[in-house]
Design a protein around this ligand. Structure first.
Ligand code: THU
Length: 162
């Protein structure tokens, strides 16, 4: 008999209207992500993204999107930051990742949702280091905080399938 049951995927998230409600460390991460966005190489989309990754050893690694004339060869800010962090500190887990963006050099109001490929990398990182990390999507008018990056990608592909 066919199963005929609808399931709903839900996950909790926190929503804030101002950075003031976040910890000092989180505010510092947002500041660093914004600074990183200023150095983005985003001449094709003119959408400058900055990411700041807080590692378990207290280090903060930032990254920005790096575009290319051959568009798919570019890379998102989140993956630039995560790949660099893991290259420098291959055994240190990530605690938090903040993402933000600038449009026409001004911080955007809305939270920036990481793309699907970045979400897939988040899943790999949580598996790799055996622990979840928080994602903070920071706009100036709205900030969204998610306790486990993997929640952003239901039905994801993992190494167990190989
Ligand atoms: N981008 C990021 O860096 N991170 C995101 O979360 C969304 C998109 C970049 C990719 C591309 O350089 C530009 O933003 C426009 O898509």
């Amino acid at each position: 008999m066919n199963a005929n049951k609808n399931s709903i995927y839900k996950f909790p998230f926190e929503e804030y209207s101002s950075e003031a409600a976040l910890s000092e460390q989180e505010q510092e991460l947002i500041k660093k992500a914004r600074e990183a966005a200023q150095d983005a190489y985003s001449q094709y989309s003119k959408f400058s993204v900055g990411a700041a990754v807080l590692l378990k050893n207290g280090e903060i690694i930032t990254g920005s999107n790096q575009e290319n004339a051959a568009y798919p060869s570019g890379l998102c800010a989140e993956r630039v930051a995560l790949f660099y962090a893991a290259s420098q500190y291959p055994d240190v887990p990530v605690k938090k990742l903040v993402v933000t963006a600038l449009r026409k050099q001004k911080p955007i109001k809305e939270p920036v949702p990481p793309c699907g490929s970045c979400r897939q990398v988040f899943i790999e990182w949580e598996k790799r280091f055996g622990q979840p990390f928080e994602v903070i999507m920071a706009g100036t008018r709205k900030i969204i905080k998610i306790k486990q990056a993997g929640w952003l990608l239901p039905f994801n592909f993992q190494a167990d399938f190989l």
